[in-house]
Ligand binder design. Structure first.
Ligand SMILES: [Cu+2]
Length: 120
């Protein structure tokens, strides 16, 4: 049986499409689901591709949902996939939720959330 040429072309196109080209969270510091001893000075979130800091950021809340102010997200030119989010003050021991949203270099929006814990 002969494989239809159009179907083959369509299959190759699907395989070649950049379906993984959106920015997904690869890792973070403090780590996703992890615990740190003492308050971190900043959050870093490293994505699968470069992100645009002007359209990217996080909303940090306590486990109870209270909003916690953060500084403006920024990216070092040398590491465009890593978003740095300074923390204004010390985080008390407890669990925190990071709701992140980014626009990647290909202009696609992605978002997600994770938790980390600050231990005394
Ligand atoms: Cu994309």
């Amino acid at each position: 049986m002969k494989f239809p040429r159009m179907a083959l072309a369509a299959a190759l196109f699907v395989l070649a499409s950049p379906v993984w080209a959106h920015a997904f969270l690869d890792h973070a510091v403090p780590s996703v689901g992890g615990a740190v001893s003492g308050s971190p000075g900043e959050l870093t979130l490293t994505f699968s591709e470069g992100v645009v800091p002007a359209f990217s950021g996080v909303a940090l809340t306590s486990a109870a949902g209270a909003s916690i102010p953060t500084g403006k997200a920024r990216v070092d030119p040398a590491t465009p996939a890593t978003l740095h989010v300074p923390l204004g003050g010390k985080l008390a021991p407890g669990t925190y939720v990071v709701n992140w949203h980014v626009v990647s270099d290909d202009t696609h929006r992605t978002s997600g959330s994770y938790k980390f814990t600050v231990s005394p």
